[in-house]
Design a protein around this ligand. Structure first.
Ligand code: NDP
Length: 318
């Protein structure tokens, strides 16, 4: 393991691998610290996605894990070095950056943060008690488990994730309920229509989850309508699909982030408020959050880092 690098990239999703491909081809010898998704696997959120149909270049779509695999191989092909571990802390007020990992410290002249985001959990009675016992925040990871087979299931949320999860769960459950707090989906029209037209799915508009019930495992839930009427559902699984939180809490020091923790970048660049620290992908993007936009931002971050390093070199030599 090298202990001093010019470009250190943190992450293992499309932003990280694209940054690595560009930095490696610019002969910057990037070093990627590929961490583990909160849930124990590396590769970012695409590892828990099935078919990706909207990533350009794959006419028939590609499975999320396969896409990550080919991007990683492409980064390796140009000489990217990879360390599999989590970054624990970076004090961004000190330069050069000292990146503290579980496998030792690495000093870096520039850092690209591409650590993505993780699925939020709803704080609700029974949510903690039944976590992994019928409560999940990832249908694609857990939906095929025996405890969900041939049972009624519930998805909370009205975004594209909720729709995707509900459709996926129809493969396993007898019926899938979707509860959303407003009278319309946030999801794209095509996804919302697929959900509404699926005869195995029942949508409960204007409802919130009040309680998850059960014994050892989940056996029911109580929804409450916006005008206070309760409804009981005999479900064996509750899946949260209510959005994401950026993985930016390992960054200490004075770095500009928004109120939700998303790293703020300068205009249409990957530059953060700390010179030499760049951000790409879902850790700084709460608007688009697509694999392809993340990949594009990874490219931008590598180009910005390259320019930053060239400017330092000029200062030292001039
Ligand atoms: P979104 O932020 O789009 O949607 C979150 C959903 O959860 C909303 O319906 C929101 O309700 C609801 N919600 C949030 N907090 C609560 C709460 N406390 N109680 C009840 N409901 C709550 O997140 P997604 O993860 O769905 O999508 C993120 C991005 O990823 C989007 O840009 C989406 O398009 C994209 N995506 C694309 C996919 C695809 O193309 N196949 C698949 C999955 C995601 P409300 O609307 O009322 O705020």
């Amino acid at each position: 393991m090298r202990d001093y690098v010019d470009v250190l990239i943190i992450g293992s999703g499309p932003a990280a691998w694209t940054a690595a491909i560009y930095a490696a081809r610019a002969d910057l010898k990037p070093f990627v610290v590929a961490g583990f998704l909160k849930g124990g696997i590396r590769g970012g959120q695409l590892m828990t996605t099935t078919e990706v149909e909207n990533y350009p270049g794959f006419v028939d779509g590609i499975q999320g894990p396969e896409l990550m695999d080919v991007l990683e191989k492409q980064a390796r092909r140009f000489g990217t070095e990879i360390l599999e571990t989590d970054v624990q802390r970076i004090d961004v007020s000190k330069y050069p950056f000292v990146v503290e990992t579980k496998k030792g410290n690495i000093t870096a002249q520039s850092v690209i943060v591409a650590t993505g985001a993780y699925a939020k959990r709803l704080e609700v009675e029974g949510g903690e008690e039944f976590w992994t016992k019928g409560v999940s925040a990832c249908a694609v990871c857990d939906g095929a488990l025996p405890l969900f087979r041939d049972k009624e299931l519930l998805v909370i949320g009205g975004g594209d994730s909720a729709c995707e999860e509900a459709l996926y769960l129809t493969k396993f459950g007898t019926k899938v309920h979707v509860a959303l707090r407003r009278d319309e989906f946030r999801a794209s029209k095509i996804m919302a229509e697929r959900v509404k037209n699926n005869e195995k799915i029942e949508v409960h508009f204007n409802h919130q989850l009040k309680k998850i019930t059960g014994d050892n495992l989940v056996s029911g839930s109580i929804l409450v309508s916006n005008d206070g009427v309760e409804k009981e559902l005999a479900v064996a699984g509750v899946f949260f699909a209510i959005g994401h939180t950026p993985n930016s809490d390992f960054l200490d020091g004075d770095l500009q982030r928004d109120e939700s923790g998303y790293i703020q970048v300068e205009g249409f660049t990957s530059k953060t408020s700390v010179p030499g620290l760049f951000a790409a992908g879902d850790v700084c993007d709460k608007r688009y959050r697509q694999a392809v936009t993340s990949a594009g931002m990874g490219c931008m971050a590598a180009l910005d880092a390259e320019k930053f390093l060239a400017e330092i070199k000029d200062k030292v030599s001039g």
